[in-house]
Ligand binder design. Structure first.
Ligand SMILES: [Mn+2]
Length: 334
């Protein structure tokens, strides 16, 4: 389905409940905040509900007083439309989707507007606008401003820019296009302070966290002559570290993908609170489709960035995942 359907959905409804995926980052936060500002400018009501807190480094984003943390049994203002941005699946919102009743349950659910750029999107919405060509969900919300004739202001520009900069890896991943730069140019003209945002998101690491990162990096293992690199983050290490403000995973993945001739980088991370649950994140330089690999383990994402959450012990899972990755690399380099 197309942007037109999304536009008429926004015109039709008056009260929105907006959410995005757990483990929030710039695109999740930026797209929900930009969507919030958009419908407010159209004179409508909206509230944002997230399962996870706003991560460290995004304090500069305006509109955070509109965000409420999900808790079981919470009361939210009545809404006519549930909006999920940057979510390939309803359950990527954590438990937030339950505020709209259970899928297939007895209660009547409100229409769902699904705005996303993940190729693995399951079209879970009533209205689905899924564009895997878009660099990020924020680039899509930007299009909504254009179609609805809402002028961009500095607040919206900050939110949209945060999503673009994080999902394109600061304009260096393969999803970066001339259009991405054109949009960014317009946002910068609205007053986005480029250097300050970079510093806030990527260069404000507390010393303790930087030291932790230095302890994770030696877990790096290299396979197939350097085509595959992986790291693992065990519970013990995380527990000892206490509260971690940075996205350690993103930091080590970035480190791994800087290796010459690497094709796939993988991070295995034990869940701190849930027993026997491992998160696996994949990054590809383009030749290997890591969306396919993550899908084999019940996850998904993009061709060059994906992930899955799997029940079980880390070691056994790692062996299975690495076998799948080796097969994919052999298929390209017999
Ligand atoms: Mn995204």
């Amino acid at each position: 389905m197309s942007i037109e359907k999304a536009v008429s959905c926004i015109k039709k409804y008056r009260r929105f409940l907006i959410s995005s995926h757990t483990n929030m980052e710039g695109d999740a936060l930026g797209s929900e905040l930009a969507f919030y500002f958009l419908v407010k400018k159209l004179g409508k009501q909206a509230v944002i509900v997230n399962e996870d807190p706003v991560p460290y480094g995004y304090e500069f984003l305006p509109g955070q007083n509109a965000i409420r943390r999900y808790r079981h049994g919470m009361k939210v203002p009545a809404f006519d439309c549930f909006v999920a941005v940057d979510c390939s699946d309803e359950r990527r919102t954590g438990e937030v989707y339950r505020l709209n009743g259970e899928p297939g349950g007895a209660s009547v659910r409100k229409p769902i507007l699904n705005i996303d750029h993940h190729i693995s999107n399951g079209f879970f919405g009533t209205v689905n606008w899924v564009d895997p060509q878009a660099s990020c969900a924020c680039e899509m919300v930007y299009e909504l401003y254009k179609r609805l004739g809402v002028a961009l202001d500095k607040k919206a520009a900050l939110a949209l820019y945060a999503g673009i900069v994080t999902d394109t890896g600061s304009f260096r991943y393969t999803n970066t296009t001339a259009h991405t730069h054109a949009v960014a140019s317009e946002l910068i003209a609205c007053g986005v302070p480029v250097a300050a945002i970079y510093r806030s998101i990527y260069a404000s690491i507390p010393l303790e966290d930087l030291r932790l990162l230095l302890r994770v990096l030696p877990t790096m293992k290299v396979e197939l002559g350097g085509k595959v690199v992986w790291f693992q983050l065990r519970k013990e290490l995380l527990k000892k570290a206490g509260v971690v403000t940075i996205d350690l995973g993103e930091s080590v993945l970035n480190f791994g993908r800087s290796l010459k001739d690497v094709e796939v980088v993988i991070l295995f991370k034990e869940n701190l609170t849930r027993q026997n649950e491992v998160r696996v994140n994949f990054r590809s330089q383009g030749a290997i489709d890591v969306n396919q690999i993550a899908r084999a383990f019940g996850g998904g994402g993009h061709k060059t960035a994906s992930g899955c959450t799997v029940k079980g012990a880390l070691d056994a899972l790692r062996r299975r995942v690495l076998q799948k990755v080796r097969q994919a690399v052999y298929a390209r380099h017999p």
